[in-house]
Design a protein around this ligand. Structure first.
Ligand code: PRP
Ligand code: URA
Length: 209
């Protein structure tokens, strides 16, 4: 059941390296996150089912493939997950969006929910949860718990960087939810940050601290 896809695409790896560098403007970081979002959307949708339909080209009728199966919902975890959203929606413009507002309590590292808004038919859709950072996994676990409470059965998680501890904890709780990430780093530090990581993704994206 547990599936971990590490996306080794050279463009993804190159952009991740640029994002890890401390000397990177807020604007540059945000643009890179958006670009990587688009590339990861390509990877996470790679196995979506197709059906053959009859169409007319300007020259002849033919059978051609088109997307079939469940429609998509992108579910960014606020704030940093929003950084992936535009790139993903560029590739799948018909997708709906569920916003999940969570922050990590700095002392306990537990996820605290402050917002949740999902499309009414979210349970009938394939839900792709977006969060660049999978550290302790408390946020991703809470987001998937919440979506499952709403009846969602088919979910995927896309992140940029994961800690081994986060992958273990996430799949310990939700083994049915596959993960796509660009890298699995060494470890978490005593503050729950991914090392070597890239720092605080939300702060770097929005220029806060
Ligand atoms: C960060 C990050 C993830 C979470 C990951 O969010 O964007 O959502 O931490 O850590 P975890 O796996 O240990 O839960 P944060 O709570 O800092 O909020 P922000 O995105 O609003 O900055
Ligand atoms: N959240 C981040 O943004 N970065 C980390 O390394 C851990 C949690």
């Amino acid at each position: 059941m547990r599936q971990l896809h590490v996306v080794k695409h050279p463009l993804v790896q190159h952009k991740l390296t640029l994002m890890r560098q401390e000397v990177r403007s807020t604007q540059g970081f945000r643009r890179l996150l958006n670009e990587v979002g688009m590339l990861l959307a390509y990877e996470v949708t790679r196995d979506l089912p197709l059906e053959q339909v009859e169409i007319e080209t300007p020259l002849a009728p033919m059978k051609a493939p088109r997307l079939a199966g469940k429609k998509l919902v992108f579910a960014p975890i606020l704030r940093a997950g929003v950084g992936f959203l535009d790139g993903m929606l560029d590739l799948v413009p018909s997708a709906r969006v569920a916003h999940i507002g969570l922050y990590r309590d700095p002392q306990t590292l537990q996820a605290v929910e402050y917002y949740f808004k999902a499309p009414p038919d979210v349970a009938e859709r394939l839900v792709i949860v977006l969060d660049p950072m999978l550290a302790t996994a408390n946020s991703a676990v809470a987001a998937v718990d919440r979506l499952k409470e709403r009846g969602c059965r088919e979910l995927r998680l896309v992140c940029l960087l994961a800690a081994p501890e986060g992958v273990e904890r996430f799949h310990g709780t939700h083994p049915d939810v596959p993960i796509w990430t660009a890298a699995v780093d060494e470890r978490l530090n005593e503050h729950g940050y991914i090392v070597p990581g890239l720092g605080d993704a939300g702060d770097r994206m929005f220029g806060t601290r």
